[in-house]
Design a protein around this ligand. Structure first.
Ligand code: NDP
Length: 601
């Protein structure tokens, strides 16, 4: 990481850089914004919906009454199950479309897969399970195993209904339960429902002309076809030795995939529309002595430190990686009497400095100056998701790797029966890998995949939230009793999502536990409490719309289209750190009066 020289003397031309950023942004804006992507199910008739990892097992439909149903068995659902058990909730189910727990980490098994948030922060329940990750940044394999470890430890496997999708959820006024119907014919009447459906469940495909005409092998990174490539998550894709493989997309996934493909494939052609910011990774094995000396509570302390540092609250950075680098440079320069403008100016300067250093790093690593120029990112830190790797840039020094810049045509031009066309040149390939991301910001109904979702008086949740999400504390909404949400809705957030899921699951499990202990049949947020919270959030939410308006398009900024407050990819976000938000929730729980909820017994 670079040295920090303070913000008073500028050693670069900030205005010129700003203009360059604006130029690069403007030439990427597409008027079709997020309409440029095609819904995966429609064009590829179920291919991307199918499960390469588990054979479908038939089972009889279940008809039952239970206390709780959890939708989703990724980290959010696992945390919900674990925390519900701790609250004494025993009679519950977890439903997931996959064949095991893991969610994102179940589906994504592409070669080179790692998590780029520090494993000691990212893997939840480390203290409770007595597990210390093997490396500072875990492999996908280790993370998936940890999901299974949580499932086993908390007895969640016996609660699981895998390979099952929810068809409908409707509140029944008479029984004060949710009627849940699944595609397996299950009829479950659940008192409480936790929606723990993640953001990466639907692979996204670019709507490139001819995409369905291609005759070679093709798959999305979240459905890696090892039958075709050979090998596994570690590489060793021996079947690719004589193959030409195209990769479309250069985001966080691709950055991990491309070095592995380059090791094994005859030739790799990378189609890049916007370069990622790629900072050095610096992964290392966990020091056994350090692991031995960890004190109880260590993982929570680390997670809180991460969140305080990235929220510009804490100068003492114990994580020390590129996520914490920008705040670690900024915070020591802050003084209590500074105006917001001055703080923003310091942040901007340090942001430009970091990116200057990373662009210089590209020149140091990549031998061919033309290729190096194409790999440099021209936008601010966090305009698009930063990425981290120790071998990605080096990969472009290999003879069997070609980088094709498709920025001028705002994406790949066309796909033919034989390959990919860019700037009028056809690149024939044996396989196309789509590293094109997920439907993170598409319509809620599509992402949930639940056609009918109705609360009191048959009101649809999708209509209820048509003008934006309305909740109390981000977890529950009026007219939908006994229904709770985990994820990005309206409250404190963390980029370390598993930690945020844990905090949310803890709060929701408390609500359900209290309902059970007090014999409450229906626990519902009052309209007044919801409005009051909405007004409070309007005063206390971050508004980064000006920042994102100047950013290169991507899912962070609605592909450059106008942003509506509260409808960003991370919902409406509380301006303080998630630690502060959690403190507020803990105080609310301590008061024990379930303030803001109405109850029926
Ligand atoms: P992204 O959405 O980040 O990237 C999609 C890529 O496809 C972009 O490079 C995009 O270009 C490109 N693309 C889209 N359409 C076209 C087109 N028509 N022609 C050419 N290129 C095109 O998806 P990822 O799967 O990489 O990452 C998704 C998210 O998953 C990340 O942002 C991150 O949050 C998470 N992730 C986390 C990891 C971790 O370690 N924790 C690892 C991997 C993913 P453009 O940028 O120009 O739109």
């Amino acid at each position: 990481m670079g040295s920090h020289t303070g913000s008073d003397e500028l050693d670069f031309d900030l205005e010129a850089l700003k203009q360059k950023y604006a130029f690069e942004r403007d030439r990427r804006i597409r008027t079709d914004a997020d309409k440029q992507y095609v819904p995966s199910a429609e064009d590829f008739a179920g291919y991307y919906e199918s499960d390469p990892w588990t054979e479908r097992a038939e089972r009889d439909p279940i008809v039952e009454q239970i206390d709780l149903i959890i939708l989703g068995g990724g980290f959010a659902g696992l945390m919900a199950g674990a925390r519900a058990r701790e609250q004494g909730v025993e009679d519950f189910r977890i439903v997931d479309m996959g064949g095991d727990f893991g969610g994102t980490w179940y589906w994504n098994r592409y070669p080179g897969i790692h998590c780029d948030i520090e494993s000691y922060c990212y893997l939840p329940l480390l203290d409770e399970l007595g597990y210390v990750p093997k490396q500072k940044y875990s492999t996908g394999e280790e993370i998936f195993e940890h999901c299974q470890r949580i499932g086993k430890h908390f007895g969640l496997y016996e609660k699981a209904l895998f390979q099952t999708e929810i068809d409908s959820l409707s509140w029944d006024e008479d029984s004060e339960r949710w009627n849940v119907h699944t595609d397996r014919g299950d009829r479950i009447a659940a008192r409480h429902v936790i929606v723990a459906l993640g953001r990466y469940n639907r692979p996204k495909l670019p709507g490139i002309a001819g995409i369905s005409k291609y005759q070679g092998a093709t798959f999305h990174t979240a459905r890696w076809d090892y039958d075709y490539t050979g090998g596994d998550m570690h590489g060793g894709m021996d079947k690719l030795a004589d193959k030409r493989v195209a990769v479309i997309g250069t985001g966080a996934t691709s950055i991990q995939v491309i070095p592995k493909l380059a090791e094994d494939a005859g030739h790799v052609v990378v189609f890049q529309r916007t370069p990622s910011v790629v900072a050095p990774r610096g992964n290392h094995e966990t020091d056994p002595q350090w692991a031995k000396e960890l004190k109880p509570g260590w993982a929570r302390e680390r997670r809180e430190n991460y969140d305080s540092v990235v929220s510009y609250r804490e100068p003492n950075d114990i994580i020390k990686d590129w996520w914490t680098e920008l705040p670690s440079r900024v915070v020591p320069q802050l003084r209590p009497d500074m105006t917001l403008e001055t703080v923003e100016r310091i942040r901007e300067i340090e942001d430009y400095r970091i990116n200057n250093e990373l662009r210089a790093h590209v020149d140091e690593v990549v031998h061919d100056p033309e290729t190096a120029a194409k790999l440099k990112a021209w936008y601010r830190w966090n305009c698009k998701r930063p990425t981290f790797h120790d071998g990605y840039l080096e990969t472009f020094n290999r003879d069997n790797v070609t980088l094709v810049d498709v920025s001028s045509s705002k994406g790949v031009e066309r796909i033919t029966e034989k390959g990919v066309v860019a700037d009028g040149v056809e690149y024939p390939v044996d396989a196309i890998v789509f590293a094109s991301g997920f439907e993170i910001t598409s319509e809620m109904r599509r992402r949930y995949g639940i056609e009918t979702f109705t609360g009191r008086d048959g009101e649809s949740l999708y209509d209820h939230w048509q003008d934006g999400v309305k909740t109390l504390h981000g977890f529950a909404t009026n007219n939908f009793p006994n229904l709770y949400f985990i994820g990005f809705y309206q409250g404190g957030v963390s980029a370390n999502v598993t930690s945020m899921f844990d905090d949310q699951a803890t709060h929701i499990a408390y609500l359900i536990g209290e309902a059970q202990r007090r014999g409450i049949k229906a626990l519902e947020v009052s309209a007044e409490a919801q409005d009051a919270y909405g007004n409070w959030m309007a005063e206390n939410a971050v508004d980064r719309s000006d920042f994102y308006a100047e950013c290169t398009p991507g899912y962070y900024n609605n592909e450059g289209a106008k942003m509506v407050r509260g409808q960003s990819h991370i919902g409406e976000v509380y301006k303080g750190s998630i630690n502060e938000f959690n403190d507020m929730l803990a105080q609310w729980r301590e008061r024990g009066d379930l303030a803001g909820f109405t109850t029926s017994e």
